[in-house]
Design a protein around this ligand. Structure first.
Ligand code: ZN
Length: 286
């Protein structure tokens, strides 16, 4: 067994505009959240966590990985949302010997998203000309221990994040967790699919990450330059969930929720996500 520690490199795709079909609120701008992909590497080998979305995202991730000089053995996906895996087709063109992998629950959700896109153009209409015509789906893996230069990276079925069936990657040899969309770092959190009950489960998922006591925690959505620290990602994400619960509790309108949350969390990137969360919350009451 190697005793060389593993190290992490994180690429962050900046917040950017996209073609939103939503009826926007007063002052709302349709942007896509800044998003991360992480290289976990030892002396000779590396794996990537998340492939992100567009051709450009994948090219930038590939550049980071090639710069490292490591042999990329696989790309692993945290959860099934298209903005974390649709970049796989392009990314694997850069690394023809590598393959894309995910836990069965993640692979199943990814397949569902590909199907929805075929039927409704959900993703391709939002990013015209920037996505593959035929997506490459991650392959199901059954072994939760991934080897990188003789060190174990553990895939953990954490459950509820911004969707259920989310996974995270614990890297004991780097004292790090790559947490996907179970935590956010200075970015508004997405509650489109997370009602009040799921938000309680989400808080518990973050407790489970905190129990790993890692020194580094990488959020799936983070501001460019934000430090990947527990204090930027764990309790603050839980507090954001609780503040949303409180803001939504007796709010009459979408704007009520947005304004209350902006007072508390106005420094975060991606207020468009807050609008989407608020619209979903009000719609759930109807
Ligand atoms: Zn996401």
């Amino acid at each position: 067994m190697s005793t060389d520690p593993l190290s992490l490199d994180v690429y962050v795709a900046p917040m950017r505009p996209y073609a939103s079909p939503d009826q926007l609120g007063e002052g709302e701008v349709a942007t896509w959240a800044p998003s991360s992909s992480t290289l976990i590497s030892g002396p000779t080998e590396g794996i990537l966590i998340d492939a992100l979305l567009t051709f450009d995202n994948a090219d930038q991730i590939a550049e980071m990985a090639k710069r490292s000089g490591k042999n990329i053995t696989g790309v692993y996906i945290t959860h099934g949302h298209g903005d974390h895996w649709l970049g796989l087709a392009r990314l694997l063109e850069h690394f023809p010997d590598a393959r894309g992998f995910a836990a069965p629950e993640v692979a199943a959700r990814a397949a569902w998203e590909a199907d929805i896109d075929k039927k409704t153009g959900y993703w391709t209409s939002r990013f015209p000309g920037e996505l593959p015509e035929t997506p490459v789906l991650p392959e199901e893996i059954s072994d939760d221990e991934i080897m990188v230069d003789g060190q174990v990276v553990n895939l953990i079925h954490i459950g509820q994040g911004d969707i259920d069936g989310s996974t995270i990657f614990h890297v004991p040899a780097a004292d790090a967790v790559v947490a996907g969309d179970v935590v956010y770092n200075n970015v508004h959190m997405m509650f489109y699919e997370a009602d009040a009950a799921k938000r309680e489960a989400w808080i518990a998922s973050i407790d489970a990450i905190a129990a790993l006591n890692a020194k580094t925690v990488v959020a799936g959505h983070k501001s460019v330059g934000a430090a990947d620290l527990p204090e930027n990602t764990l309790a603050v994400s839980q507090q954001y969930v609780r503040d949303f619960n409180a803001s939504a509790k007796d709010a009459g309108t979408v704007e009520d929720i947005v304004n209350r949350m902006l007072e508390l969390h106005g420094e975060r990137d991606q207020p468009h996500t807050l609008w989407i969360s608020a619209r979903a919350e009000i719609a759930r009451r109807a």
